[in-house]
Every structure is written in structure tokens, then in C-alpha cells.
Design a protein around this ligand. Structure first.
Ligand SMILES: [Zn+2]
Length: 268
């Protein structure tokens, strides 16, 4: 059946993103195997001058995020199914838009941002997985400005003559597709986490996270737990606990790629 996805993935994406259509297994026969493994981009939150939140005992979010990202990287690579890249591998500051650009330039099929939560209520605890969505509370003008920007990203010589309306429609379709995909990863991850973690009352929320704003890369932002809660801070400091979380995330990524026939963006 020729679904909207096929139309979008084949024609529109090929037009918008020339690299997408460039799945040329014969062009580089020696690297065919690696070219067909999707790239998962792991994004450890914060870093450098930005410590993120500070835990009950002084643990910095940026360190927990990086350690968790390294654990996830190991699990994904051990599966042999994915290529993995990270927005940062050390304690450096990277602006949010820079992280999005890293993912887009690398041709990521999936984006996973790792964070830890904080609250003035030290009893607050639990895990949740966010995905991107335009907030209903956003000012219309602000949304439209952002929309304009996302459409401009796709401009290429083939579309130079296309009307802005066409670009808007294509960007809209692509972002909608991306959000549907992100929701699948989000649901799979929440299900895996719920088997061994306390989840927040709303375990799968959505918000307008700048770091998840790539219109063509499905992504989630994991709030792994509250550093301001002594128990969860201790858990997040534990390599065993982080390893267990990483395993759950890897299994969720497996589920995602098993259920999504054609990633929104899949290029080497
Ligand atoms: Zn954070």
C-alpha cells in the first residue's frame, strides 16, 4: 500500500534531502554493511560551563548525563545493529542548536538526549521520557517564525523555484512524520523503564525542547530521575543502575527499529 509515509519518504524527502535518497548500496560495496546500520546520536545534556542541575549531595547533572550516555553507547554498539555518535564525549559546552546541527550533519536516524531532573521538593522522584511538540500555549507568531526557519533548512537547488507554501507543506509533513516516529520510541522506552523504575504520573509528556527540534530526526529527551532526591541521586551515581537504564533504552531502540519500516531519515 502506498502510504503517506512512502510518498513523503521517497519523493519529498529525496527532493528535500538529497542524501536521503542516496542509499546506493552499490556505490561503496565494501562498506555496505555499515552503511545500512542506522546512526543513533546520543546527547549527554549540559557540559562545560553549564553543569545542569545540582544534586542533593552535590552531584552534577552534566556528569551523570555523560556517564549514562557512555553506558548507552556501549549497549548500542554491543548489539552490532547500530552506529553510534555522541554530541559530546567530554566535559564541554555545546549550545542546543549546535547539538541539533551535529545530529543533522551526521545523518542521525535517532536522537536520544539524556538528562536528570531537579525540584525544590526533595521528595519529588521518578523518570519520564519527553518528545518534541509545539505547545498549545506558544504564541502563534513565535511558532510561525520557527516554522519559517525549519522550512529554510531544506532549501536546495532543486527547490529554488518552489513556492514558500510548498516548502511549508513539505516541512509540515516531515515534522508530523518525525513526531509519529518519536512517539513510538517514547512509548517503547517508557514501557521498558516502567518494568524497573518509578515513573512520573505523566511518563510520556511532550514539550518544545530546542534540542529535539530537528524536523527530520525523531528524538526523545530522557529525564532519568531527580538528582534533588537523595535516593535517585544515589541510583544515578551507580554504574549498575545506569547500565540497567542503558539496557532498557537499547531494547526500546530495538523495538523502535523493528516497528518503523522506514526511518524518517536514513543515510550513511
Ligand atoms: Zn538537563
Amino acid at each position: 500500500m502506498l502510504s503517506r509515509r512512502h510518498v513523503l519518504s521517497g519523493a519529498a524527502l529525496g527532493l528535500l534531502l538529497p542524501h536521503f535518497a542516496a542509499a546506493k548500496p552499490h556505490a561503496h560495496p565494501k562498506s555496505t554493511r555499515s552503511r545500512h546500520r542506522p546512526l543513533v546520536l546520543i546527547d549527554p545534556g549540559h557540559g562545560g560551563k553549564d553543569p545542569g542541575c545540582i544534586g542533593a549531595s552535590g552531584t552534577l547533572e552534566k556528569h551523570v548525563a555523560l556517564s549514562a550516555a557512555q553506558a548507552l553507547r556501549r549497549h548500542l554498539l554491543a548489539s552490532g545493529r547500530y552506529r553510534v555518535a555522541m554530541t559530546r564525549k567530554s566535559d564541554v559546552f555545546i549550545p542546543l542548536q549546535g547539538r541539533v546541527e551535529i545530529a543533522r550533519r551526521a545523518g542521525a536516524a535517532l536522537f536520544i538526549s539524556l538528562h536528570a531532573n531537579a525540584s525544590t521538593d526533595h521528595r519529588a522522584h521518578g523518570t519520564c521520557v519527553y518528545r518534541f511538540a509545539w505547545r498549545a500555549s506558544d504564541a502563534r507568531a513565535a511558532s510561525m517564525a520557527k516554522w519559517e526557519n525549519s522550512a529554510q533548512r531544506f532549501e536546495n537547488p532543486a527547490l529554488r523555484g518552489a513556492s514558500r507554501q510548498v516548502l511549508h507543506i513539505l516541512a509540515t509533513l516531515m515534522r508530523r512524520e518525525t513526531q509519529i516516529h518519536a512517539a513510538k520510541l517514547q512509548a517503547a522506552m517508557v514501557k521498558r523503564f516502567a518494568a524497573h523504575l518509578t515513573m512520573l504520573p505523566i511518563p510520556a509528556p511532550h514539550a518544545r525542547f530546542a534540542v529535539l527540534s530537528a524536523p527530520d530526526i525523531p528524538g526523545v529527551l530522557v529525564e532519568m530521575g531527580f538528582l534533588t532526591n537523595k535516593r535517585e541521586e544515589a541510583m544515578l551515581r551507580s554504574p549498575t543502575h545506569r547500565d540497567r537504564m542503558a539496557r532498557s533504552m537499547r531494547l526500546a531502540v530495538d523495538t523502535y527499529f523493528a516497528t518503523v519500516a522506514q526511518p524518517v531519515r536514513w543515510r550513511s
